[in-house]
Design a protein around this ligand. Sequence first.
Ligand SMILES: [Mn+2]
Length: 450
Amino acid sequence: MTALPIASFQARRAALAARLPSSSLVLVPAAELAVRSRDTEYPFRQDSDFWYLTGFAEPEAVLVLIKPVQGPVKSHLFCLPRDPAQEIWTGYRLGPERAVASLGVDQAAPLHELDAAMLGWLSQVEQVFLTLNDTALTQRLLAWRQQALQRGRRNAQVVAQLSDLQPELAALRQIKSEEEIQLMRRAAAISATGHLAAMQACAPGGYEYQLQAELEYSFKMQGAAGPAYGSIVGSGANACILHYVENSAPLQAGDLVLIDAGAEYQGYAGDITRTFPVSGQFSAPQLALYRLVLKANELAISLVRPGADLEAIHQRVIHCLTEGLIELGLLAGPLAQAIEQETYKAFYMHGTSHWLGLDVHDVGAYRQQGQPVPLQPGMVLTIEPGLYIAPDAAEVEPQWRGIGIRIEDDVLVTATGCEVLTEAVPKDPEAIEALMMTRSKAKEGCHQAC
Ligand SMILES: [Mn+2]
């Protein structure tokens, strides 16, 4: 269940309706259970839009908002009816009888009544807003519309038009309310504690999956639902694979390990990357590249404020990294030419930022009317520069090969600048080495005792 009061969800529904024309209907279904293996399913995770508008955690439910030409907006929830015999197997259901009081919707009905209700509404409203990317839902709506037409209640010209809900809902979700910010601070804090646990558990002889276990144990112990996305624990050259999730290799002395992982708390994602030495001490080439990535991370964070934009920040990061790569002899100069010809992309091939919220790659436009979207207070984004020198990068000296580094923080745009939500986990190399000094002794002691 949600930690927020029902008034928060009522306010979100009202804010959405206020953006839409009158004589419109909004249709938002819950997520569906996904089969994992024969008759067992993956743990259920609610659809972010549905969760944002209802705080209701069950599958097999649909929210309908109706904004008439005159009169108040009405919210209708369709959900599974109570069924004690079935609930023994599949779990507790809220049921329509209790949904009005629990969720603050105007009306609730069993899910099987949705078809008939939609047929009626489709002949009363001019526009239906839904996620057009959801092809199954769109097909279902077209079928309802066809049926409504055949019933002859209205002619073809005036049956409801379909419009995409996503831009409207994304614009709302992109600006976090104070209570959402509180939840995101918590998601970030839980994520940071997990990273600290993994750093302190790291030692040569362990395995990547053991660090994953430390992280995810810590997330759960702190009340998170679990990881917000597949945890990435890549040691050595595995750090150069951006979406490495095998996490199966042994941790070797002398290697770095890159961990990109975050907890999901009340639906909100944390998203942190830290890179640190398996044996607790950076080698000289590792440290040189690490300091460069850290410089880019700190530069980018210093630029986050209202009115700035992610494209300009990304360009400054590219400038910083490319300049450093030339100084280290990994790229040929001059700087302007390396940037122009994008030779840095051999080592820095991804973006610097994405929006963060209920989805780890959250909704929200990056450009509008051909321009990058200016940052506003309440937006939350990541800053995650990196450098990845492939193990077979023949054009660089051998000392650099197989080093992958990313340093990622979660950043809230405030009225005057920004707040780094993930500061609790160190990124300064001296602080990392100091933390790992205390760990080595504890770990050795444990090994002897075991
Ligand atoms: Mn990220």
